[in-house]
Design a protein around this ligand. Structure first.
Ligand SMILES: [Zn+2]
Length: 177
């Protein structure tokens, strides 16, 4: 499935409680990407967020670490709490040489470019858009006032365009990371 197909929530959660090297699972050969999870997800990431991470990591042959899916402290009503966002804090060609995710990590830059080409948008604030945030406040890939110097926030949309329930209060750009 092309990356763009993973932009919207499926409502189905995967990998609750899993940590360490989650992709590829032990005994399986993956497509080049490797995903570590530092803190086990409580309810698990949405299957489409997980799918997007797998496809992108395979495409770029990158080894990455997700620091948080639905754990930790985020803004109220953050997509994290719905399993729709991942914070990625390490990226490299392998675990022994991966580096902190910043705007200067070339794997992170390639990652951002890949997702933008697949329809993700910088920032959040629209529940029908998949979002990315990376970098210091009010910088190229981070229009918010919330610091993302050391991690990449990747989210998928809560709803498909036209399917947002009536009465759903829009997200505010500065409060969702
Ligand atoms: Zn985040």
């Amino acid at each position: 499935m092309p990356l763009a197909e993973f932009r919207y929530a499926s409502g189905h959660k995967v990998h609750a409680g899993d940590k360490g090297r989650v992709y590829p699972p032990k005994g399986y050969v993956g497509g080049g990407g490797v995903i570590y999870v530092l803190r086990a997800a409580i309810h698990g990431p949405d299957a489409n967020l997980w799918g997007a991470l797998k496809v992108a990591s395979d495409d770029l042959n990158v080894t990455l670490q997700v620091n948080s899916f639905d754990t930790g402290t985020h803004s109220p009503n953050s997509r994290h709490y719905a399993g729709l966002a991942a914070d990625i804090n390490k990226m490299g060609d392998k675990r022994s040489t991966w580096q902190q995710v910043t705007m200067n990590n070339r794997f992170a830059v390639e990652f951002v470019d890949l997702f933008l080409a697949a329809g993700w948008r910088i920032g959040e604030g629209d529940p029908t858009r998949a979002g990315i945030l990376l970098g210091p406040p009010h910088s190229r890939w981070n229009p918010t006032g919330i610091d993302h110097t050391t991690h990449l926030h990747l989210s998928i949309a809560r709803f498909r365009p036209g399917e947002m329930p009536p009465g759903f209060e829009g997200e505010r750009l500065d409060t969702h990371c």
